[in-house]
Design a protein around this ligand. Sequence first.
Ligand code: SF4
Ligand code: SF4
Length: 286
Amino acid sequence: MKRQSETSQDGIEPRKYALEDTFCFACDKGKSCYTHCCSDINIILTPYDIIRMKNRLGLTCDQFLAIYTKPEMLVRTKLPMVTLKMLDDDKKSCPFITPDGCAIYEDRPVSCRYYPLGMAAFREQELKPSGEDFYFMVRESHCKGFESNRQWTVATWRKDQGVEPYDDVNQSWMELILKKKSFGFQYELTEQSRGMFFMVSSNVDRLKRFVLESSFLDKYDVDPKRLETIKKDEVALLKFGLDWLQSALFGAEKVVLKEKVKKAYQEKADQQGAAAQKASESSPGR
Ligand code: SF4
Ligand code: SF4
């Protein structure tokens, strides 16, 4: 997470952290800075964050997105995402903050769990175009957590904060972001591809309708057992949607077209190629 009013580099240590790297930190209600970190922040919501939060609040995806989020485009990748919308008060507080802490603590977003660490995939600056994953440390001056001598590694912090199930579900999504980053500007997504990415990333209800109620299943070969699972389990549906994105955007063979559809597309492409060739042969030379 990043403070909205900060300059882009404030508080971010100029070094990369790996899983075994150590740091000292402790956060508890007794600290004078308690909840100070929960206002004026830019929290990108991952697909699994949205599932956990909208279920916690008993909302549909459309309702959750309309009430609690605002759309954003990652500058470097031009991928559309949503961020948590802060309240319109003096502090720009998070809508879930209370004097006793986070009202949705058990389902808080993964960025809040990682803090004071951050994930490289969301950093816009200083990223080598290699798709490499790493963590970084946000040292904000108001945060008393660094005064503690309680030592963690990145790995033990992730475990303590319950990050692992989030990263497990989001892994394929993070890979898509890192892949897009490593391709850089040489690989521009079409408007339609960006729309597909946004649907899978933020709206599992729409994804469900798209997979089950459009012509999707006429086109794609989906294992019957997997189909039964994704009808009942929205996390399985999200993972399926991410596999489909990996295939449709980056050529991974995770969700493939049916043979007859592939053949029909190939024939159409051949016909178009032949027509273009004929047109160029019959056009007058310069
Ligand atoms: S110690 Fe840091 S993380 Fe904990 S409440 Fe204070 S500012 Fe927030
Ligand atoms: S979701 Fe919870 S932990 Fe995250 S910023 Fe809001 S109140 Fe703080």
